[in-house]
Ligand binder design. Structure first.
Ligand code: PNS
Length: 173
């Protein structure tokens, strides 16, 4: 009798990497690179949270992520609203990836992970340590420094720095 394919090994491991990405930083990209090596497919999942008054609208954030994930063939990007676990199911994802920087991230991440597990016990959350070079940066701090005239060229990809220039300094001129 012909050997049957083993469904446990042939199933693709699909993970989502959710966040606001307003805008995507080198810290996010470092995490995307490392997570993409652990799974078959990674879906960067941009929260459509206009209530938070983002600097970039969701379409712009999607486009910016698309511009910088080209080195990673198994990474794609999509936006979502509503429950993260519902979005994960839509993509057949069984894993949520989140980055942890300092210990101060832990409490919020712990709450989210346990709530997501309560909602969908079959979806696991995996935490990766942020790259040490990026462990203090966030989209928020990048925007603040840029607005106040500080350099951010080592904190975001060049395309994103250009988008920041257009949005922040373009708006001033
Ligand atoms: O990068 P951020 O802004 O810290 O990401 C937060 C995000 C998008 C992961 C979180 O706000 C989220 O999952 N929102 C979707 C709403 C949801 O599912 N809430 C229940 C779990 S707490």
């Amino acid at each position: 009798m012909a050997a049957q394919p083993d469904s446990s090994t042939s199933r693709k491991l699909i993970a989502i990497y959710p966040g606001s990405f307003d805008p995507i930083t080198n810290g996010h990209l470092d995490l995307i690179g490392r997570a993409s090596r652990l799974v078959d497919q990674l879906v960067v999942s941009v929260l459509s949270n206009e209530r938070k008054q983002p600097l970039f609208c969701v379409q712009e954030r999607l486009e910016m992520v698309r511009e910088v994930i080209t080195p990673f063939p198994n990474v794609k990007v999509d936006s979502f609203e509503g429950l993260l676990v519902d979005f994960a199911s839509k993509h057949n994802a069984t894993l949520i990836v989140r980055g942890i920087r300092a210990i101060s991230d832990y409490e919020y991440e712990w709450q989210m992970a346990l709530m997501n597990r309560r909602l969908r016990p079959d979806i696991e959350t995996m935490f990766l340590m942020a790259g040490e070079a990026y462990s203090y940066i966030s989209s928020h701090i990048v925007k603040e420094v840029f607005r106040l005239g500080g350099g951010v060229s080592d904190l975001v990809p060049p395309q994103i720095e250009q988008h920041l220039k257009n949005r922040i300094h373009g708006a001033r001129s």
